[in-house]
Design a protein around this ligand. Structure first.
Ligand code: MTE
Ligand code: MO
Length: 508
């Protein structure tokens, strides 16, 4: 087993180094992980997003490594047991899986096979060589009367362990260097030094956007705390030098924009709340940022959209696709090709250098990160990524209210208990938030200010608490006067529905 794991480790390490030296070639582990994500049954993906949240990728990585270690152990046992050919065959099969994964990436090119081939060859070499380090001990001749008794014929394992340790240490160093080189070739430096033009009219917040109650979610979500959802196993690294946006399909004239072209256009800045269709009632897959960018409608106008076009299909560098109603991009709302988030260039996790942000639609039908292509088409002509996987073609954000305090299961002293949170009905606005305690009457809450209908809203109520165990529920009324529906529904296929309920205790 040691032989197998050492062989695998050496191969993977060399593959990482090759991936680091050949910029753009993915490491085979990453390619396999990504292929697993794309090929996983939709139910498993939904489960991973709702139960593992943002941790779904490290869990997948750990899973991939465990499976590989198990297979490699089998190969090692075979190699040491005298069946080196079988062991080499297994290594070859792992290599083939890696190659298929690498080549199935939408960004693949023939040179990308190099890390996998070199890595596989190294694994095969180690599996061949390490067993030869187990040297049989020849029976000792008994030529003296006081000689030690003849030991059973065995194996001298010292050479094997020395060889394994040397290869293991070497692999750790080589693999580490490979990861370092891969990180260095990323766009971190470029992003850190990128200068963006200021927005024409800076967005401002009303003074009461923050109600000023401890424990409430802040109105603006800091970039580092912003939820991340996407199907990319490693974050795509797209340089502004290479970035292009191609607009084609049902348009009068196809256009292609460079990053410089985008910067030359008028910029606007808006606070917009975005949320994920997978968010459960009370969940954290929602956030608000100050986005700066170019109006999508302006760019589309230049291309001249055919009036018969219904669906705006956006495609990211990694091949992910998203279908947005054309009217959402052109009906006057602040649909953006965004380049900045809370005053900084987009973080790479959030779509550097350019992403879409469309107020009022769930992320999977509007918020394409690393966007490189816009295609005008019809609904019949194309199903975007999540649609064949069971999610609705259209995804307007549902009215939702989250209770952030009191915390679930918390205990409070007698007196006033602050109850509060955030509510959103993006692009319709929130006109009221109501709570009720223990199935009592609905009570209207204090609301924070908002810059527009496109953001969430803080809400708060000071409750003169009575001792005992309590349940608080909250609901919002949207800008058109529609009360948030109470009937609970799961996230699939078009977003969770129902009231967030929080149990807490007030001590006597
Ligand atoms: N390229 C790409 N963009 C994507 C996705 C994706 O998988 N790939 N996921 C979308 C989904 S489902 C959501 S909810 C939002 C989340 O945006 P965030 O990660 O910046 O919070 O990104 C959207 N944009
Ligand atoms: Mo999402």
């Amino acid at each position: 087993m040691i032989a197998g794991v050492v062989g695998l480790g050496a191969g993977l390490a060399v593959a990482e180094l090759a991936a680091g030296l050949l910029s753009g070639a993915p490491s085979p582990v990453v390619a396999v992980g990504q292929t697993v994500i794309d090929g996983a049954p939709p139910a498993l993906k939904d489960w991973a997003i709702s139960n593992l949240g943002t941790a779904n990728k490290p869990v997948l990585l750990a899973g991939t490594v465990i499976v590989l270690v198990a297979i490699a152990s089998v190969a090692g046992v075979l190699a040491v047991g005298g069946r080196r050919r079988h062991a080499i065959t297994i290594a070859g099969l792992i290599g083939v899986v890696g190659l298929l994964a690498v080549l199935s990436r939408p960004t693949s090119s023939p040179g990308h096979v190099v890390p996998t081939i070199v890595g596989t060859a190294v694994t095969m070499g180690v599996l061949w060589w390490l067993p030869t380090r187990l040297v049989p001990i020849a029976p000792v001749e008994v030529d003296r009367i006081d000689a030690e008794p003849v030991g059973p014929m065995g194996l001298d394992r010292r050479g094997f362990f020395r060889g394994s340790a040397a290869i293991g240490v070497g692999a750790a160093a080589v693999g580490g260097l490979g990861r370092l080189l891969q990180a260095r070739s990323a766009i971190g430096d470029e992003r850190a030094t990128l200068l963006l033009p200021g927005p024409g009219e800076p967005a401002t917040l009303p003074a009461d956007a923050e109600i000023g109650v401890d424990g409430l979610t802040t109105f603006v979500t800091p970039n580092d705390d912003f939820f991340r959802i996407d199907t990319a196993f490693t974050v795509p690294q797209v340089s502004t030098d290479d970035w292009r946006l191609r607009i084609h399909g049902m348009v009068d004239r196809e256009i292609e924009l460079s990053f410089a072209d985008l910067l030359d256009r008028p910029q606007i800045e808006r606070y917009i709340t975005i949320s994920c269709v997978s968010n459960e009632v009370g969940g954290g897959l929602v956030g608000t940022a100050r986005w700066q960018g170019v109006r999508l409608a302006d760019v589309l106008r230049d291309a001249g959209v055919d009036p018969a076009a219904e669906q705006l299909v956006s495609r990211s560098i990694d091949g992910w696709t998203c279908g947005t109603p054309v009217e959402a991009a052109t009906d006057g709302r602040d649909a953006l090709l965004a380049i900045a988030m809370n005053g900084e260039p987009l973080p790479d996790r959030h779509g550097y250098p350019v992403r879409m942000v469309v107020p009022g639609l769930f992320g999977y039908v509007s918020a394409t990160k690393w966007v490189t292509e816009l295609e005008l088409t019809t609904w019949d002509a194309f199903d975007a990524y999540w649609v064949p996987r069971g999610w609705a073609e259209r995804g307007p954000v549902k009215t939702m209210t989250r209770i952030d305090r009191p915390r679930v299961g918390s205990s409070h002293g007698d007196g006033v208990v602050d109850i509060g949170g955030v509510a959103w009905a993006v692009h319709r606005g929130v006109s009221a938030v109501e709570i009720r305690l223990d199935d009592g009457p609905w009570v209207e809450c204090e609301l924070g200010g908002v810059p527009s209908d496109d953001t969430w809203r803080q809400w708060h109520h000071r409750w003169d608490a009575t001792p005992g165990d309590h349940v608080v529920e909250a609901r919002a009324v949207d800008g058109s006067g529609e009360v948030q529906p109470s009937e609970p529904r799961p996230p699939a296929p078009d977003g969770a529905q129902g009231y967030h309920r929080v149990r807490f205790t007030v001590n006597a």
